[in-house]
Design a protein around this ligand. Structure first.
Ligand SMILES: Nc1ncnc2c1ncn2[C@@H]1O[C@H](COP(=O)(O)OP(=O)(O)O)[C@@H](O)[C@H]1O
Ligand SMILES: [Mg+2]
Length: 474
């Protein structure tokens, strides 16, 4: 789409907005103030267009080029208008007015999302592939009409894109509009409540981290928790708790979030299915790996940029490389970064394809972190079981042989109950699966595991496992 097209769309957006707002029971004074902002933005853009048009040699392409700053500006104003709509809605205590406004907001966001997203993505250079379906689901669940505080979870293995999806949902216009307060906290592995409470206060007060730390210097953790809780009580809120890895940690922070029966939500991301089920078995979103088409698109866009074509001779090998990333966005990002540094020639790309294992092993903080972090949290009795999987060939149908191997190696603890060793071994297997360290390839009709495997990041690369062992545990 050209910038002229974009400009027309934004103008159309403003027109629709004013028409819909006038039809609603929305305060006419407020509509007037919107009108003033919009008219001033439109006048500025008009001046720009006139200036370009009266230039000598004005052509469609030079107009497009010169119009870019005006379009960027008018889009910023559009976002500001959306923010104002959101602020009015969330500060309104009058339920009718609130609902009327909400329907106006939904209309506006729906009617322009495809166009404005293009513009925003274009401007931000934010390359995300294959998340639209997931995003739509999460946004819909978060906006469901349940009045009590509900918990929504996103789970899946490390590097699959949980945080990216949660971030997209948190920043989505519909969500910004729907929730008066949005908070983003990351629960670090070395768990200490102070950090995330300060992070929450930073989101809540819009003060800088330094200012918050200064303000809170003399407050203990309980006082900080009280402050967070009190502030969350004021409006409908969304709190994203990113990367929570244990049920104990969830238990310790859960009580801080008040239930005000105002459709507030908590969105959790976790690589541990068990944590997701524990937090809420009913509102779970399990992320899938990217399919080959989206993997290739992501790789291609990251290497060449979304606006540029790729050399056709690199397509086949590019797709082979993308396939070897097994739908993990993190791996695709690492490999794309590597490809950007090598020659754009068939031979160099074939070289990368052959040595992908090494490239990945050379980025332990990235790719091995994906597995290492999960492994790090394993209870000791599961660690040898997991590591033993590295010795199986990639396509080996491991289930039965694996369980026998664990028993023979003495990895299975003698059961306290009347369970057999095989049954305990099966429990271990289910546990590793729920931690997203083992992938089930097939289940029987009875839901019993038929074929399972370990992520290819581990199976095909002995060095990856070595790295995990030496880096984290020696
Ligand atoms: N759908 C996607 N399209 C593009 N990049 C993605 C996508 N999902 C994830 N990424 C990138 O992959 C990396 C890992 O994603 P992240 O969301 O942190 O994974 P997770 O939270 O599941 O461990 C990040 O660099 C992120 O930018
Ligand atoms: Mg994450």
């Amino acid at each position: 789409m050209t910038f002229t097209g974009c400009y027309n769309n934004t103008a159309e957006y403003f027109q629709n907005f004013l028409e819909e707002a006038r039809k609603s029971r929305f305060d006419p004074e407020k509509i007037k103030s919107f009108e003033e902002i919009i008219i001033s933005a439109a006048n500025d853009a008009e001046d720009f267009i006139e200036m370009c048009w009266t230039c000598e040699n004005a052509s469609e392409s030079s107009l497009n080029k010169n119009l870019r700053p005006a379009v960027e500006r008018i889009n910023i104003i559009k976002n500001e208008v959306m923010e104002i709509v959101s602020d009015f809605s969330t500060s309104s205590h009058d339920m009718d007015a609130h609902q009327a406004l909400e329907s106006v907001g939904d209309f506006l966001i729906d009617s322009t999302s495809s166009r404005s997203n293009w513009m925003l993505q274009h401007l931000e250079g934010d390359i995300v592939q294959g998340l639209d379906g997931d995003l739509e689901i999460i946004v819909r669940i978060l906006k469901e009409p349940l009045s009590y505080l509900d918990i929504v979870t996103i789970s899946g293995m490390g590097g699959i894109g949980k945080t990216t999806l949660a971030r997209k949902a948190h920043d989505h216009l519909k969500i910004r509009y729907h929730f008066g307060i949005r908070v983003w906290v990351t629960i670090s592995q070395v768990y200490g409540s102070r950090n995330w409470l300060l992070e929450a206060l930073h989101c809540l007060s819009k003060k800088t981290n330094i200012e918050i730390e200064k303000d809170c210097e003399k407050k203990d953790d309980n006082e900080l928790a009280d402050l967070v809780q009190k502030t969350l009580k004021v409006r409908r809120y969304l709190v994203v708790v990113n990367d929570i890895w244990s049920t104990d940690v969830w238990d310790s922070i859960r009580a801080i979030f008040p239930n005000c029966n105002n459709r507030s939500r908590i969105l959790l991301t976790t690589r541990e299915t068990k944590v997701a089920i524990y937090a809420n078995p009913d509102s779970r979103h399990e992320m899938n790996h990217l399919n080959l088409e989206n993997s290739w698109k992501l790789l291609r866009d990251k290497v060449f940029g979304p606006e540029y074509d790729h050399p056709p001779e690199l397509e086949e090998i590019g797709k082979q490389i993308a396939e070897k990333c097994l739908g993990l966005s993190l791996t695709i990002s690492v490999i794309a970064r590597h490809l950007s540094k090598v020659a754009r020639a068939l031979e160099s790309w074939m070289d990368v394809s052959r040595t992908m294992g090494e490239i990945i092993a050379n980025h332990p903080d990235k790719c091995l972190g994906v597995l290492g972090l999960s492994y790090h949290n394993l209870p000791n009795h599961l660690k040898p079981c997991f590591l033993s999987m590295g010795s199986f060939p990639e396509d080996y149908q491991v289930t039965w042989g694996l369980i026998q191997l664990w028993i023979a190696e003495g990895f299975i603890r003698r059961p306290e109950s009347d369970k057999s060793l095989e049954e305990v071994a099966e429990d271990y297997l289910e546990d590793l699966i729920s931690r997203n360290l083992i992938i089930v390839n097939k289940r029987r009709f009875s839901s019993e595991i038929k074929v399972c495997g370990i992520h290819d990041l581990v199976t095909s690369r002995a060095e990856a496992l070595d790295m995990i062992c030496t880096r984290y545990y020696c």
